[in-house]
Design a protein around this ligand. Structure first.
Ligand code: ATP
Length: 292
């Protein structure tokens, strides 16, 4: 086997089991010397396939004792549904999503997938079903092929190209001198922000998880790149339960449901039109942010 993959598998394993939040994905070197992963409960099960219905039942959470970030959140997300979390900075959108792959443990209540408490699943089994796409994607020094496959030794050349194509990355790869074999990262070709995002999307097409967490980019991309990425993301979320920490109006407008989060919890929910019509927080937020 390819020796190059061995450190990747290690890093991958550490990242997949890293208990300290989505932010932790950004700096894998720091990950290497943090505490070991949450132990599986002795009765924890392997869960092979899930449809992806998610429920938060009275979920409370605090990072530090005495300061509750979430207080009894109730939420039901249907299999295949796309929900967009919106609300002021610090309201807890990222926190809500971080609890699902168990980067943090709930301090009260429970989260279920297809009715199964996520603490009753083996951590590896749980995270196999959840894909994360984010702006600051973790790339390692290696070829584009290796970065798309991300430690998946069973991925065929055809599957890797298919993932690249669906992520609108094919033309870019073909234009590089060494194609799929182009080395990226510290010692190789530097990818732009938009290219990195597409690479992370390609990874997810390959991983093919039933549940997606999309931590949407806040940085500006050119209009064409933006449109390509939006297109790939909407294709990616097709048929998957998708939780978006949303910043872009198009994403929010296209979501099946918008969930407005504020310091008090979930303030209101509905689709764009419903929330505009009802004239609550969302409509004011929308007015303030997007109207000129
Ligand atoms: P943004 O839109 O700015 O990303 P958000 O709605 O996603 O905000 P969170 O990142 O979930 O909000 O943060 C919710 C609260 O939890 C904030 O008060 C934040 O300061 C706090 N918080 C977030 N991460 C940690 C952490 N690792 N340790 C302690 N407090 C944290």
């Amino acid at each position: 086997s390819n020796i190059f993959f061995r450190p990747i598998e290690k890093i991958n394993a550490v990242i997949e089991s890293y208990p300290k939040g989505i932010a932790g994905f950004k700096r894998y070197l720091e990950i290497m010397d943090t505490e070991p992963e949450i132990a599986d409960a002795p009765y924890a099960k392997d869960v092979d396939a899930v449809k992806g219905e998610i429920r938060y039942e009275g979920v409370s959470f605090s990072y530090d004792e005495g300061r509750d970030i979430l207080k009894g959140i109730n939420l039901r997300i249907y299999a295949g549904e796309t929900v967009a979390f919106v609300g002021p900075s610090g309201a807890g959108k990222t926190t809500i999503c971080s609890l699902l792959p168990r980067f943090y443990e709930v301090t009260g209540g429970r989260i279920t997938i297809d009715g199964i408490d996520i603490r009753d699943m083996k951590l590896q089994s749980l995270r196999k079903h959840i894909g994360i796409v984010q702006q600051d994607v973790f790339l390692f020094s290696g070829t584009i092929r290796e970065n798309i496959a991300y430690g998946d030794l069973s991925a065929s050349e055809e599957q890797i190209w298919e993932a690249a194509r669906r992520a609108s990355l094919e033309d870019i790869i073909r234009s590089l001198p060494n194609g799929m074999d182009t080395v990226i990262g510290e010692r190789g070709v530097k990818l732009s922000g938009g290219q990195k995002q597409r690479l992370s999307i390609a990874r997810m097409f390959l991983k093919n998880p039933p549940i997606l967490i999309l931590d949407e980019a806040t940085s500006a991309l050119d209009t064409e790149t933006e449109a390509l990425i939006q297109q790939s993301l909407s294709e990616l979320s097709e048929g998957r339960t998708t939780l978006v920490i949303a910043h872009r109006l198009t994403t929010i407008k296209n979501a099946d449901r918008i969930i407005v989060v504020n310091k008090e919890g979930i303030a209101e929910q509905g689709n764009h039109q419903e929330l505009i019509t009802s004239g609550g927080i969302y409509s004011r937020l929308h007015e303030a942010q997007y109207s000129s």
